[in-house]
Write a protein of this length. Structure first.
Length: 483
């Protein structure tokens, strides 16, 4: 019964998150094609600013409602609401006060008003209702799916007329504020319990103790996901930031999609089995294989078809991003693999694991600053991120708390890493530069990328003996049913 609920939840979540990813993808394409590359670079700066505030205030008050054994209680929910509002109000105030220095940092003093308006986003988010999060404890994801997907549909419907009407970076201001407002409204409409606050010192302390490492981790995540773009925006130009941001967005889309779906699915299952070490390790090893095969799919796709993907989606004026998209794809592949030990640690209430591994990951930011100081090409900025992910994965594995079965888990990870690294390295150096002079050659390149990614991703999964035996077993069952 639990397995059927998991499969049903997985199907619903995957569909909704795929819809979200597609809507975001096409929204960005619509906006990018209707405004200049420089204006798209400015819009990227807006996204960076909001991301900094949100990630720096990320204490995961919603996640503890899933992880904690008493997370579904009314008092736990109400105290989470109070903390969420308090944190969001502070974040909004900080963003408003920092509008001037941020605008001047990127040499955009005429846009101080726009950065001040962005403060509405964390303020509105402070009123989010978390009832849909508590429903995830029972693998009920319907409300979550609606809250995530409907705002995206509303925004993409408005993107084209807004871009035509405004014609510049202002379209992104309207879009992100509207999306936030619709999401918060839906969280209340789909809630089964009233929205309220409560002051409970014990529960507040528990949430703060759970969330403070994630607060530090949020700042680190900004450095990881947005630091390179911030450096490019400050040290290079808005045009370079525009096409680099487009390439980064394409590679990060599957990572965010997979991270969200796997987090929703794996965290409840691993949290419930954490007291059964044998089952916990088995599920952890399965998550390694799952994450690695998806990582290989993404890395190979962007290595072979990344430039063609940019050309088809954003257009020729963003094609310069093809010089970095393969490196960014490999970097995101490593980030996907790191999801496995990160979710496993979080299910044990060990939120310090992702925090410390992300501290290690910031070595990339130091490298990027050095490369930017010497005005090296942006390929070096992208390469710094790849190097940082290698060290972060090593740290996440080292810090994972598995007293008696860690060697078994590490061996599984090492085998998967060895096979996937060999495949990705061969493809990266062996595949020639594509000819994208026509639409047909671009489409052919994308088909080749998809086929190669599927084959190699499945191959990596089949290297694991447990996965291979499971697939063979399911295949035999299907044959028996057919006969």
């Amino acid at each position: 019964m639990a397995f059927k609920k998991l499969v049903k939840g997985a199907s619903l979540l995957t569909t909704s998150q795929l819809l979200v990813a597609l809507c975001t993808f096409f929204r960005n394409i619509i906006v990018a094609r209707l405004i200049s590359v420089e204006d798209y670079g400015i819009a990227t700066i807006f996204a960076l600013t909001v991301s900094l505030i949100e990630m720096s205030g990320n204490m995961a008050f919603d996640r503890i409602l899933v992880q904690d054994k008493k997370g579904s209680s009314d008092d736990m929910l109400a105290s989470a609401h109070l903390l969420q509002w308090s944190k969001s109000f502070v974040m909004a105030l900080i963003l408003f006060l920092l509008a001037s220095p941020v605008a001047n940092l990127f040499e955009l003093p005429e846009l101080i008003w726009a950065f001040q308006i962005l403060a509405l986003i964390p303020f509105i988010k402070g009123f989010t209702h978390f009832d849909s999060v508590t429903q995830q404890r029972d693998l009920k994801f319907t409300a979550t799916a609606y809250i995530d997907s409907i705002p995206q549909i509303v925004v993409i419907a408005a993107a084209y007329p807004l871009a035509r009407w405004l014609g510049d970076y202002r379209v992104m201001l309207v879009i992100v504020i509207a999306q936030t407002a619709v999401s918060v409204l839906l969280s209340h409409l789909l809630a089964t319990r009233p929205y309220r606050w409560t002051i409970n010192k014990e529960l507040i302390y528990k949430k703060l103790n759970f969330g403070w490492p994630l607060l530090i981790n949020g700042l680190l995540m900004f450095a990881i996901f947005q630091g390179d773009k911030a450096i490019i925006g400050a040290q290079y130009s808005m045009e370079i930031l525009g096409w680099y941001g487009a390439a980064f967005a394409l590679t990060m889309m599957p990572t965010l999609l997979f991270a969200k779906v796997s987090g929703f699915l794996l965290l409840p299952v691993l949290s419930k089995s954490r007291d059964d070490e044998s089952k916990f390790i088995s599920l952890g090893m399965l998550s390694i294989v799952f994450c690695t095969s998806v990582a290989v799919f993404c890395a190979i796709f962007f290595t072979i078809g990344g430039a063609a993907f940019i050309n088809l989606s954003y257009g020729e004026k963003y094609l310069a991003g093809g010089t970095v998209i393969a490196i960014l794809g490999l970097m995101q592949g490593l980030r996907i693999i790191r999801i496995a030990p990160t979710v496993m640690a979080t299910s044990q209430a060990d939120t310090k694991n992702p925090m410390y591994s992300n501290i290690v990951r910031t070595v990339a930011l130091i490298l990027a600053l050095i490369f930017a100081y010497y005005k090296l090409s942006v390929e070096w900025i992208a390469l710094s991120g790849l190097i940082g992910e290698v060290f972060a994965l090593i740290a996440a594995l080292y810090l994972l708390k598995l007293p008696s079965s860690k060697s078994k888990y590490i061996n599984c990870m090492l085998i998967q890493l060895f096979v996937s690294s060999a495949i990705c390295a061969f493809v990266y150096f062996a595949v020639p530069v594509p000819d994208l002079s026509s639409l047909s050659s671009t489409l052919i390149r994308l088909v080749e990328a998809v086929m190669a990614s599927l084959v190699l991703g499945i191959f990596v999964a089949m290297v694991d003996n447990t996965t291979r035996q499971f697939v063979i077993q399911q295949y035999r069952r299907l044959l028996n049913r057919a006969s």
